[in-house]
Design a protein around this ligand. Structure first.
Ligand SMILES: *[C@@H]1O[C@H](CO)[C@@H](O)[C@H](O)[C@H]1NC(C)=O
Ligand SMILES: *[C@@H]1O[C@H](CO)[C@@H](O)[C@H](O)[C@H]1NC(C)=O
Ligand SMILES: *[C@@H]1O[C@H](CO)[C@@H](O)[C@H](O)[C@H]1NC(C)=O
Ligand SMILES: *[C@@H]1O[C@H](CO)[C@@H](O)[C@H](O)[C@H]1NC(C)=O
Length: 511
């Protein structure tokens, strides 16, 4: 894939620079001295103005008259980050973005869902990861790719974020990019609300410049602050009193020697680094790389909110972001399948068999399922012996023969097997509904003025329906009353367990 923004290329300097002693330069020098005088005397707003006199793009220039900027809330600041890897990982990064955005009083820019293998971080424990800057560029490139292929779907199109309305400020990336970058996002739209964004605004910006700004290509601390720390050097915490201390997980001697690395991991306080008084605080956009974190060897890889102060603000927020449910359309489709197609108590088996590490663990995955089935069969003895099983797997049914799944499927007297596929009407209908509803745009800030001008504007020509099978399957599994067997180490299994713990199936009864 050719990179939209090549991270190896330095931004081009204007080649026809003028000789130093022409009258213009003298004037500039004179002005600079005058402004230096003001800088020394005056509050920071003037410094910002003088620094942005030269070549600032409109969104970084406080004197800009670009019209779309007026539609953004006055004085608001934003948080951008770089989601990657699979869907569950992207959800966990979103949760961290909410935590940081809320802590720093910044509006979180809600990104699209990225394709599973489009952007990878690497391995934190092995100290081999893409830098925050590299990953921001890859994410931007992929977003442009999604737009150009009519495949843009916001993560808030499928997640119901309404419970966070009063705790976290958000804005859909498409709304932000239209207004702050002055670019048309029509290619990323699926409905009239999104289409309306571009109709009445002059398109003054360009995609490439927007990408280089958000990725921190042009470093400008007043405008965009690109975070440079990653999991090789930093664990972000909410504990100012341990700021700067060493984390318990460090590269060991052999790794240090083998890789010739000098990384030392320190625990640093998020608020101290990016809050009031910091260099990053003044920036309109604070731009992170990956926000992925996970427990590792008794510590956290990148973000550790465990010992957050027990104040009245952070703890309830942590509770609220712990579980982000799917939107109602997905939940009711899953429930409909359970009620109309399965209709009886059933077991759900989630078997990840093809991707990465899971290819090598078929034996363990199948034996967990076999054990569960045997223990259920012992309980069912005497009563109805037919066991109903819903199977969610990346191995398609046509490839089951010769596996344990094939064995189950070929024994219709003992097992009734249910599956779903992307092309099933129940599933494709959900995808259509989600695109029409535009939850993504609605769940964050958008300028009502623009939208109310013409509700019927349509800019969607050929739209590729999003893949929603996995979300519907997870919902079905959350309703499995005979139990659930997942694949060990799979984040999909974790997500289903979380849904079951939160009684998603019972809750959606009411909607
Ligand atoms: C949060 O940011 C808004 C600007 O969007 C500002 O009006 C408000 O005072 C800030 N709140 C705090 C606690 O700093
Ligand atoms: C290890 O890295 C340092 C700089 O980080 C470099 O100066 C040195 O030559 C490297 N040593 C080896 C053996 O590669
Ligand atoms: C894990 O932590 C223990 C104790 O904190 C340490 O002895 C061990 O070397 C660590 N393992 C790795 C892989 O860092
Ligand atoms: C599934 O079956 C098809 C054809 O029957 C074959 O081409 C494909 O390689 C199989 N996939 C796996 C993962 O076994």
């Amino acid at each position: 894939m050719n990179s939209f923004l090549n991270p190896n290329k330095k931004p081009k300097r204007n080649s026809n620079t003028k000789p130093i002693f022409n009258p213009l330069s003298c004037l500039f020098l004179f002005l600079s001295i005058i402004s230096l005088f003001f800088i020394l005397l005056s509050p920071s707003s003037i410094t910002r103005f003088t620094f942005s006199l030269k070549n600032s793009p409109p969104q970084c220039n406080p004197k800009s008259t670009a019209k779309t900027l007026e539609f953004l809330p006055k004085g608001e600041k934003y948080l951008w980050y770089s989601p990657h890897s699979g869907f569950s990982n992207q959800v966990s990064e979103l949760r961290n973005a909410f935590l940081i955005g809320s802590l720093l009083n910044r509006t979180v820019i809600i990104p699209p869902i990225l394709d599973h293998h489009a952007v990878a971080l690497g391995s934190c424990p092995k100290f081999r990861v893409s830098s925050p800057y590299e990953i921001r560029v890859s994410v931007w490139d992929h977003i442009v790719h999604l737009m150009q292929n009519s495949r843009y779907v916001s993560i808030s199109d499928v997640l119901d974020l309404s419970s966070l309305k009063h705790s976290v400020k958000m804005i859909d990336f498409r709304v932000f990019a239209s207004l702050w970058c002055g670019i048309s996002m029509d290619e990323a739209c699926s409905g009239s609300l999104c289409c309306g964004l571009s109709q009445f605004t002059s398109q003054w910006g360009d995609l490439k410049q927007c990408g280089s700004l958000l990725s921190g290509l042009k470093y400008n601390s007043d405008c965009v602050y690109g975070v440079t720390e990653d999991c090789r050097t930093t664990v972000w915490t909410l504990q100012p009193n341990t700021d700067g201390s060493l984390d318990s997980f460090q590269p060991d001697e052999s790794l240090r020697k083998k890789k010739n690395i000098s990384y030392i991991r320190r625990r640093r306080d998020l608020f101290k680094a990016f809050g009031p008084g910091s260099k990053a605080h003044v920036a309109k956009v604070l731009s992170f790389g990956s926000l992925f974190s996970a427990p590792y060897n008794g510590s956290q890889l990148y973000i550790d909110a465990h010992d957050a102060p027990a104040d009245a603000y952070i703890q309830p927020l942590l509770g609220k972001i712990e579980f982000l449910p799917f939107v109602a359309e997905i939940l009711s489709a899953g429930k409909e399948f359970v009620e109309k197609k399965i209709r009886v108590p059933f077991l759900c088996a989630q078997l990840r068999l093809l991707d990465g590490q899971f290819k090598n663990h078929w034996k363990a995955t199948f034996s967990a399922l076999r054990e569960k089935i045997q223990s259920l069969q012992a309980q069912l003895e005497g009563s109805d012996k037919l066991m109903n099983i819903f199977i969610m797997s990346d191995l398609p049914p046509s490839n089951w023969s010769g596996t344990y799944l094939g064995k189950l499927a070929s024994d219709p007297n003992s097992f009734k097997i249910y599956t779903l596929k992307e092309s099933d009407e129940l599933v494709s209908k959900v995808a259509e509904k989600l695109m029409a509803r535009e939850h993504g745009i609605r769940s964050g800030y958008y300028p009502r003025e623009i939208v109310s001008m013409d509700k019927r504007k349509q800019c969607v020509s050929s739209r590729v329906l999003p893949e929603v099978l996995m979300y519907v399957e997870e919902t079905v599994c959350s309703c499995a009353s005979l139990g659930f067997v997942g694949t060990s180490g799979s984040t999909i299994a974790e997500s289903i367990e979380l849904m079951r713990k939160n009684n998603v199936c019972l809750d959606s009864n009411n909607s």
